[in-house]
Design a protein around this ligand. Structure first.
Ligand code: BGC
Length: 358
C-alpha cells in the first residue's frame, strides 16, 4: 500500500470508529485498476481452510477460471488448517477492500470473528461449502450435506441391512462433518433400534486426517476381533485411511467402505473393488454458483436462494446443490461423462479387456 492510501485508510478507519461518516473505509483500499469501461472492477476474496484434499484444489482452480471469464478479480488464500492464519488472511483481504468475502472455514465457530470484521467494513460474507456458525452470515452456498450422509447410509443398509457397523467421521470443528454424520445416522437409526445393526465403533477424525481414520479403523478392528461388516467413512480421505487398516488385516475389498468427494484415488478404488461408493459433489457447479452469487452480492442485485440453514444465530439464506451416489455401475455415466476424471486414469489398473466400453 502506498503512503497516500495508507493515510486515507487510517483517516477513514478513525472516522468510522468515531461514527463520523459512512461510505468510507471499504473502497479506499481496493487494489484493483479500473477496467477500460470506467467501472470499478469487482474484487472477491476467498479464504480457504486447506488445499489438502484434491477437491479444494478443484474449487480454487475453477473459481480462478470462472472469475477470469466473468472479468472479476479473485484473491485466494489457504490457511493450512490454522485458525489464526485464516483470520489474518481474511483480515488482510478485508483491508484490501474486497467487495464480497467467501470463506470455507477451518473452524465453524472461530470463523464468526471473520464475519464480524468483514461486516465492520460493510463487506458481505458468503459461507462456502462449510457453514460458519453463530454469525450473521449473508449467504451459504453448499451441497445438501445431510443428504450426503443419507446417501452413504442408504447405500450400505441396502447392501448389508444387518451386522456390525463402524462410523468414521470428519473434523469435529467442521459443521459439515456433523451434518454428514446426522444424515447417515438418521438412516441407520431404525436398523439400530430393531437390533439389526450394531454400531460397534464411532469416532470423528481431527482435521479430516486419513492417518487418524486409519488409527480409528485399527482400534475398531481390534476391539471387535475383526468382526466388522460395514465402514461408513465421511469422505474419501478418511476412507483411504480406513482401507489401509483393513488391508493390514487382509480385509480390504471384503468389508464395504463408503466415502465422499469422488477423488481420483477413490474412483480407482471403486472400480478395483476396495471401496463400494463415494458421494460425488460436482465442484464446478458449486464454484460457479458461488462466484455468480458473490458477483450479484457485489452488485447489490437480487440473490436467488433455495433453502435456509440454521447456524445457531440465524437461519442463513442458502443455495444447496444435490450430491450424487457414484459406484462401479454408474462411474461411466457420472464421473467419466462429466469429465470429472479421465477414463484412462480411473481405469488405469484395470486390464484393457475388462474395462467398460467408452
Ligand atoms: C467437505 C468435504 C471434504 C472435507 C475435508 C468438508 O467440509 O464438504 O468435501 O472432504 O471437508 O476437507
Amino acid at each position: 500500500m502506498n503512503m497516500k492510501k495508507r493515510i486515507i485508510s487510517l483517516v477513514c478507519i478513525a472516522a468510522l470508529s468515531l461514527g463520523l461518516f459512512a461510505g468510507c473505509g471499504k473502497k479506499q483500499e481496493a487494489t484493483t485498476e479500473a477496467p477500460a469501461d470506467g467501472k470499478k472492477e469487482i474484487v472477491i476474496g476467498f479464504s480457504m481452510d486447506t488445499l489438502k484434499e484434491e477437491r479444494w484444489q478443484k474449487d480454487r482452480d475453477i473459481l480462478m477460471a470462472r472469475a477470469q471469464e466473468k472479468g472479476v478479480k479473485i484473491l485466494i488464500q489457504a490457511a493450512n488448517g490454522d485458525d489464526n492464519k485464516q483470520i489474518a488472511q481474511a483480515e488482510n483481504m478485508i483491508s484490501q477492500g474486497v467487495d464480497v468475502l467467501m470463506v470455507a472455514p477451518h473452524n465453524a465457530e472461530v470463523a464468526a470473528t471473520i464475519v464480524e470484521s468483514a461486516h465492520a467494513e460493510g463487506i458481505p460474507v458468503l459461507s462456502y461449502d462449510r457453514l460458519i456458525k453463530n454469525a450473521d452470515v449473508d449467504l451459504y452456498v453448499s451441497f445438501d450435506n445431510e443428504k450426503v450422509g443419507n446417501l452413504q447410509g442408504e447405500y450400505v443398509t441396502k447392501m448389508n441391512p444387518k451386522g456390525n457397523y463402524v462410523y468414521i467421521g470428519g473434523a469435529p470443528t467442521d459443521n459439515n462433518a456433523h451434518l454428514f454424520k446426522k444424515g447417515a445416522m438418521d438412516v441407520l437409526k431404525p436398523f439400530i433400534d430393531n437390533g439389526d445393526i450394531n454400531l460397534v465403533y464411532e469416532q470423528m477424525s481431527k482435521d479430516w486426517q486419513p492417518s487418524e481414520a486409519q488409527k480409528h479403523m485399527e482400534n475398531a478392528l481390534t476391539a471387535n476381533k475383526n468382526k466388522v461388516d460395514v465402514v461408513i467413512c465421511a469422505n474419501d480421505g478418511t476412507a483411504g485411511g480406513a482401507i489401509s487398516a483393513l488391508a493390514e488385516q487382509q480385509l480390504s475389498g471384503k468389508v464395504p467402505v463408503t466415502g465422499q468427494d469422488a477423488e481420483l484415488a477413490a474412483c480407482q478404488r471403486i472400480v478395483e473393488g476396495q471401496q463400494v461408493m463415494t458421494v460425488y459433489k460436482p465442484i464446478p457447479k458449486l464454484a460457479e454458483t458461488a462466484l455468480d452469487l458473490a458477483i450479484k452480492m457485489a452488485k447489490k442485485e437480487e440473490v436467488k436462494t433455495n433453502s435456509t440453514v440454521a447456524n445457531g444465530k440465524i437461519d442463513v439464506l442458502s443455495y444447496l446443490l444435490e450430491p450424487v451416489v457414484v459406484d462401479k455401475d454408474n462411474m461411466m455415466d457420472t464421473i467419466i461423462k462429466d469429465g470429472y476424471h479421465p477414463f484412462e486414469e480411473v481405469y488405469k489398473n484395470i486390464p484393457e479387456d475388462e474395462r467398460p466400453a467408452k
